[in-house]
Design a protein around this ligand. Structure first.
Ligand SMILES: Cc1cc2nc3c(=O)[nH]c(=O)nc-3n(C[C@H](O)[C@H](O)[C@H](O)COP(=O)(O)OP(=O)(O)OC[C@H]3O[C@@H](n4cnc5c(N)ncnc54)[C@H](O)[C@@H]3O)c2cc1C
Length: 417
């Protein structure tokens, strides 16, 4: 069923009785060409692009919970391509371009809102660094504008310019950045993949990876039995180390918790995405009026999808120091997700040393914005056995070779990235 104004009117006239489920609930087949483990944004978009762009449709996506129950439905919905390094800018810009046409492409309203992402600078050194980043972006054909304090005061009068410990000096604006309704992304990709014949199998947990005598992957053991495949693709985000370990692979990844918060609904006030450069606080306002915000990861490894109070306090302090008016609001909900923190803060889309095993991991807390490009590039890799040119730097062996993509300059300290 194609969604359109016509279909809404038709449904309304028939008492909304003709809607069909957006995807099927199939039983697993004994064997697939490709099995994707993980029904998050990256697994579902990979299935979608494999079917749509590369004509491979005999695919199963195996998800241990329900789709959207992982980070794709837990993030703060920010999309942008304001990166600095060669390995990242073209990849994230490709993603932003895919976001720009996504709703038409998969015929689903994902509420893509290009409201602008502003990164604030609080020292001369930081302003210089943002100028450099903006120039790097422009050299790659990506939009970037450096605004001075006066321009910021006109655009965002509610920020604390003078009385904060770190006064605001400038801001790097990417107008094409913004937000997207996160769970609609999972649903849109799931529906688009299902329409093309992909089996999305929920509540199907992979417990082991089976390999033959030559070491090649031949399938997975699940709570629904053994399922065979020609190619196995892991897209399990915060559980990447666990699933890779099932094939005997140790990854340069640690899992940490990231928390997010939403306030009670208030009148429109924050009409951009704002990133506080003196801390790591970011905030936007949802269409329902809730202020959606977050900050740093919790500083220890954990697989629990909940964080600690010290980080809650730290986040609130940063928020109030940037927007004093926040202190009068009420937090409605808080939650956590588990992040696959790589040792240089950049992701991995690559083949592995194990035959038939493909890896998509290391998204840290920035993988939502990458969802379209990650799916497209991973599908390209699985279908053609070679990297897409925008993801060619996102190799697993860069840690062995020392060719890190250390965007944040933090080195192998995932708790700082
Ligand atoms: C609080 C928070 C805020 C964030 N904010 C942003 C943001 O503003 N912008 C941004 O770009 N990124 C953000 N991120 C990061 C982003 O959400 C993730 O990097 C991205 O969603 C990870 O990819 P995914 O969607 O495929 O992950 P997930 O949705 O987590 O998908 C992985 C799936 O694998 C499944 N799985 C795991 N193990 C198995 C198994 N053994 N068998 C079967 N299935 C399995 C899991 O159940 C899960 O559903 C944020 C994350 C969090 C938690």
């Amino acid at each position: 069923m194609r969604y359109s104004a016509y279909s809404i009117i038709k449904q309304a006239l028939s008492g909304n009785r003709l809607w069909t489920p957006a995807w099927r609930e199939p039983e697993p087949k004994p064997h697939y060409d490709v099995i994707i483990v993980g029904g998050g944004g990256h697994g579902l978009s990979t299935a979608y692009y494999l079917a749509k762009e590369f004509g491979i449709t005999n695919i199963a996506v195996l998800e241990k919970g329900y789709i959207g129950s992982g980070n794709v439905g837990r993030n703060t919905t920010i999309i942008r391509s304001n990166y600095l390094l060669e390995g990242n800018i073209p990849f994230y810009e490709f993603s932003l371009k895919l976001w720009e046409g996504l709703e038409q492409d998969f015929n689903y309203n994902a509420m893509v809102s290009q409201r602008g992402v502003m990164m604030l600078a609080h020292s001369d050194g930081q302003r210089d660094a943002y100028a450099r980043r903006g120039n790097a972006m422009r050299m790659h054909g990506v939009d970037a504008e450096l605004l001075d304090r006066k321009q910021l005061q006109t655009l965002m009068p509610y920020l604390n310019y003078d009385h904060a410990r770190f006064p605001i000096l400038a801001g790097l604006l990417q107008k094409r950045g913004g937000t997207v309704r996160h769970d609609a992304v999972a649903w849109g990709y799931a529906r688009g993949a299902d329409m093309r014949g992909v089996d999305i199998i929920q509540h199907c947990e992979v417990n082991a990876i089976r390999r033959d005598e030559q070491g090649r992957v031949t399938g997975v053991e699940t709570n629904k039995g053994f399922i065979g495949c020609n190619k196995l693709a892991l897209a399990t985000a915060g559980h990447s180390s666990e699933t890779a370990r099932m094939a005997g692979l140790e990854l340069p990844i640690e899992t940490h918790v990231l928390q997010a918060f939403v306030s009670e609904g208030i009148k429109p006030v924050v009409d951009h995405v704002i990133v506080y450069g003196a801390g790591h606080f970011y905030i936007s306002q949802s269409d329902k009026g809730g202020l959606v915000f977050g900050a740093d990861i919790d500083y220890y490894s954990s697989y629990a999808q909940r964080g600690n109070l010290a980080t809650v306090e730290h986040t609130m302090e940063e928020g109030v120091s940037l927007i004093p008016g926040l202190s009068r609001g009420k937090v409605l909900r808080a939650w956590g997700g588990v992040m696959d923190m790589s040792m240089d803060g950049s992701p991995i889309i690559d083949r592995t040393p194990i035959d038939n095993l493909y890896l998509n991991a290391g998204w840290c807390y920035g993988g939502f914005k990458a969802t379209p490009a990650s799916g497209f590039c991973f599908a390209h890799l699985i279908a053609k056995n070679e990297s897409h040119h925008v993801s060619r730097f996102l190799r697993l062996d860069r840690f062995e070779r020392g060719h890190m993509i250390d965007e944040a300059g933090k080195g192998p300290q995932p708790n700082i990235h």
